[in-house]
Design a protein around this ligand. Structure first.
Ligand code: CDT
Length: 300
């Protein structure tokens, strides 16, 4: 047995005007509650420090700056790191990153129980569009406000296992999980902000929950890994975002799932040794994959 107790910290909406420190206090409160429930690791959603700002078109790039972190930890986020160290619990946090050279990324970090950053990921699959599209009820300007991640899909040895990270739209792509799976990922952490209404394809709206669970269950089973998916949910600044935060086992089964669209902890103890049962049999990659037949998928 290699038990890892993980808490998916689903968040309800964060209003545009909410201060960073108010949000950080809210996250610390969830961290304390997760610790009280025995968690070793708490997983926060994508862009967990602010409202999901890509829903608006900002003509002036400078207006965007307030949503981005220039350092991590910075003065407003340090309480999270201090709480992690004091409580002895790790965390995964999604946030908007502005680098010293002015590049903007949609980023997530993994922090261990001592409060040290042990892993970083920058979102690779950026959905939405790059120009203002006034016909939409709301924008999805990730292609405008972020550069594609430049760190690849990597795994990190932490919490007694091998942890991978992905962000939101990445969860819909089988390549995400396979690249992590090939590196031996045993748990993949994924934060998301997913509007239920997709303006270019409203016929998909009714299937939002089905697709959410489908992709994470398939990714987990086909790659012999746990998957932890964590939403920022509820009606945020007029846009309804789905909840459904969940923890999926390598069996492909959902072992725990949120039942609200508000702040809610979804906790499960995951035996990372369960990954072996699948990786040593049906998904023993070294014995059963046929990479010679896959050349097409690494083309552009
Ligand atoms: N944040 C994010 O990546 N959301 C997308 C929304 C759908 S594409 C406009 C997602 O894949 O959930």
């Amino acid at each position: 047995m290699r038990p890892l107790t993980v808490a998916a910290a689903q968040l309800g909406p964060i209003a545009l005007e909410t201060s960073r420190s108010a949000t950080v206090s809210r996250l610390v409160g969830l961290m304390e509650a997760a610790k009280a429930r025995g968690a070793d690791l708490i997983v926060y959603p994508e862009l967990a420090l602010t409202t999901f700002f890509p829903r608006w078109y900002f003509e002036d790039e400078a207006e965007l700056d307030r949503f981005y972190e220039r350092e991590m930890p910075g003065p407003e986020t340090r309480p999270l790191f201090d709480a992690a160290r004091d409580l002895g619990i790790g965390f995964h946090l999604g946030y908007a990153e502005l680098t010293a050279d002015g590049t903007r990324f949609n980023t997530a970090i993994l922090v261990d129980r001592s409060g040290s950053i042990v892993g970083k990921y920058r979102k690779i699959h950026l959905p939405g569009h790059g120009e203002h599209e006034p016909w939409r009820a709301f924008q999805h300007l990730e292609k405008r406000y972020f550069a594609a991640g430049n760190l690849g899909f990597r795994v990190f040895d932490a919490f007694g296992g091998r942890i991978g990270m992905a962000i939101c739209n990445d969860r819909r792509w089988s390549e995400t999980y396979r690249v992590l799976g090939l590196q031996g990922a045993e748990m993949v952490l994924i934060g998301y902000n997913t509007p239920i209404h997709n303006p270019p394809a409203p016929e998909h709206d009714r299937l939002s929950w089905h697709h959410n669970e489908l992709v994470m269950q398939a990714g987990a089973y086909q790659n012999a890994t746990f998957v932890v998916g964590v939403a920022k949910a509820g009606v945020e600044e007029g846009v309804h975002q789905m909840g459904g935060s969940l923890i999926v086992a390598p069996t492909g089964e959902t072992v725990a799932q949120a039942v609200t669209e508000a702040d809610e902890l979804v906790v499960a103890t995951c035996d990372l040794d369960l990954c072996r049962s699948y990786r040593d049999s049906v998904f023993a990659f070294e014995r059963h994959r046929e990479p010679g037949a896959y050349a097409l998928i690494i083309g552009t």
